[in-house]
Write a protein that binds this ligand. Structure first.
Ligand code: FEO
Length: 403
């Protein structure tokens, strides 16, 4: 099968030549319900340059889109902004086909690419602030270490006022449309938030610094070309403002009640806590883990003020789905949360204490007494659960009033 894919013009010198992955539903543990794209860009300068490649199975789609503009062997340089394999998986193959004069990456990126692919080749390391002349236009490199890998960098094309931002400002969204202004606003904000929460959240303090730094560089940015999802060509400030909001994680009146259940006892407690939250003015989100993916929980936590977690005790342990989501959230390092633990048990009841330990490790401010009940909650226990919900809502009110 010889499929024909076309490049899409982005700006005076740039074409999008990436690949759309309509089928992917899991991205290293992150549920990608709307698929994704792996964006690569062709800079049609005197020295034609490819910015990033794509995930290995999409090599032919990349080559076909490049070939709709030029012979791929006319590419003089390749720049790798990020060495994670969704952007570098076919780099070695493309290198063999294109035979570029040089391949560039950040200092850490050059090392990471060689280590990933066990290559015995030279990658030219570029430093923060360095420029590369392509003849009629120039690329400028901006190191963005730990956003979200040690190798990550941005590349700026001043002549087109275009920032190639690798994972930053991206989202997992497969679409026929290439530009954000062609996509429904609600979908854009949800998927951008989901991406931020699941990929960038642990590095929020660095995001705040990076936004300030890019601002101080005084670059005019009319277009942002991320490595996933649509390209921002109108009102780029919108996604920048979202990042400025998300990296602060200002608490709100939203409280998540995340739980699983064996015989509906922990579920009944969760519902009672939810009622208490709502009665006292909080916005409750019950998230039963039998039907909620860990990455949805991460997305909701981005603008939440409280995390209340319920678990049954199974064989002296926390329930596996609850352990899964707590492990995932701990790695994402959410901030500014209050919380509580609860659950039903049969004989040992160790699960609730294990949830409490995890919440403590996440530096979540404890509210009230954790609630642990044997077998099935009675009316008195459910009233305690409602009271816990009210207590959390009242503390959230106090916190939000002081923000
Ligand atoms: Fe899209 Fe960090 O790779």
């Amino acid at each position: 099968m010889n499929e024909q894919f076309k490049a899409v013009r982005v700006s005076e010198h740039v074409y999008w030549v990436g690949a759309v992955d309509w089928a992917v539903r899991d991205f290293h543990g992150y549920s990608t319900d709307r698929g994704s794209s792996y964006n690569a860009y062709l800079v049609m300068a005197d020295a034609v340059t490819l910015i990033d490649t794509v995930k290995a199975p999409f090599k032919n789609e990349l080559l076909s889109r490049i070939a709709s503009v030029i012979d791929p062997r006319d590419i003089r340089y390749i720049v790798s902004n990020h060495s994670e394999m969704d952007h570098s998986g076919c780099l070695a193959d493309i290198w063999d086909i294109v035979r570029p004069e040089k391949v560039f990456a950040s200092v850490m990126g050059a090392k990471a690419l060689l280590e990933h692919f066990h290559l015995d080749r030279e990658i030219v390391p570029v430093k923060d602030g360095e420029s590369l002349s392509l003849g009629n236009v120039e690329l400028r490199f901006i190191e963005t270490r730990m956003l979200h890998w040690p190798d990550s960098m941005f590349t700026y094309l001043g002549e087109d006022q275009l920032l190639f931002s690798q994972d930053a400002f991206g989202m997992h969204l497969a679409s026929g449309e290439r530009f954000a202004d062609e996509i429904d606003d609600g979908v854009l904000e949800y998927e951008a938030a989901k991406y931020y929460a699941n990929i960038l959240l642990p590095y929020s303090p660095l995001v705040a610094k990076l936004l300030a730094r890019v601002d101080s560089l005084g670059l005019t940015i009319e277009t942002i070309g991320p490595d996933h999802g649509p390209i921002w060509r109108k009102d780029v400030q919108r996604i920048v403002d979202w990042y400025a909001r998300w990296c602060v994680q200002k608490p709100t009146l939203k409280a998540l009640v995340v739980y699983d259940t064996m015989w509906q006892s922990t579920a009944a407690m969760a519902r009672a806590i939810g009622e208490g939250l709502v009665e006292s003015g909080a916005s409750a989100r019950l998230m039963p883990l039998a039907s909620t993916h860990r990455s949805q929980v991460a997305t909701e936590i981005l603008d939440a003020g409280a995390l209340i977690v319920g678990t049954p005790t199974l064989n002296n342990n926390i329930f596996p789905t609850v352990a899964d989501v707590l492990t995932y959230l701990k790695g994402l390092r959410p901030r500014n949360l209050i919380g509580a633990a609860f659950g039903s048990y049969g004989w040992s009841g160790d699960g609730v204490a294990q949830v409490r330990d995890a919440l403590n490790q996440m530096k979540i401010e404890p509210i009230g007494e954790d609630i642990k009940i044997k077998y099935v909650p009675d009316d008195e226990t459910l009233a305690r659960c409602r009271s816990l919900g009210k207590l959390v809502a009242e503390r959230l009110e106090e916190i939000c009033a002081h923000e």
